[in-house]
Design a protein around this ligand. Structure first.
Ligand code: HEC
Length: 123
């Protein structure tokens, strides 16, 4: 059975080649990867996805699990002068009691704006 070790050696050599190629690939891509990730942080996600991630736990379907009357429904937002994207972005930076504050660092303006637009068109 001299062929079996031969095959084994070939496979091993192939594996080494694949591994070193993929390592090289990663090293070569690192700049590109982080640029891509920065893009994602500022604009890769939809307003819907961001809302789900950052807001929906307390505002499922635009409601409010803590203060039932403070929903994100258009009529309620209008009554509270929050029915536009600027006002909503400002609001999350300085929210009412019981809602965590979203700083520019934790939720950059472009993301906050996407969420605001999603809220306005959805609820
Ligand atoms: C931990 C729970 C929590 C999270 C997370 C949260 N909120 Fe709130 N939110 C609240 C509470 C509580 C209030 C009521 C504050 C008050 O009494 O003024 C509120 C109020 C609001 C209001 C005012 C509604 C009104 O009718 O006056 C808006 C707008 C709002 N949230 C948007 C958001 C957005 C957008 C996000 C995500 C970026 C978010 N919230 C995340 C708890 C939360």
């Amino acid at each position: 059975m001299p062929r079996v070790p031969m095959v084994g050696t070939k496979i091993a050599a192939f594996a080494v080649l694949v591994i070193s190629l993929s390592l090289l690939g990663c090293a070569g891509q690192q700049g590109g990867m982080s640029a891509g990730m920065a893009n994602d942080a500022s604009g890769g996600k939809t307003g819907a996805a961001l809302f789900k991630q950052r807001c929906a736990s307390c505002h499922p379907n635009g409601g409010n699990v803590f203060k039932a009357e403070k929903t994100l429904h258009k009529a309620v937002l209008s009554a509270n002068n929050l029915a536009n994207a600027d006002a909503l972005v400002k609001y999350v930076r300085k929210p009412g009691q019981g809602m965590p504050k979203f700083s520019e660092r934790s939720l950059p303006d472009p993301e906050a704006r996407k969420i605001a637009e999603y809220v306005l068109k959805t609820f």
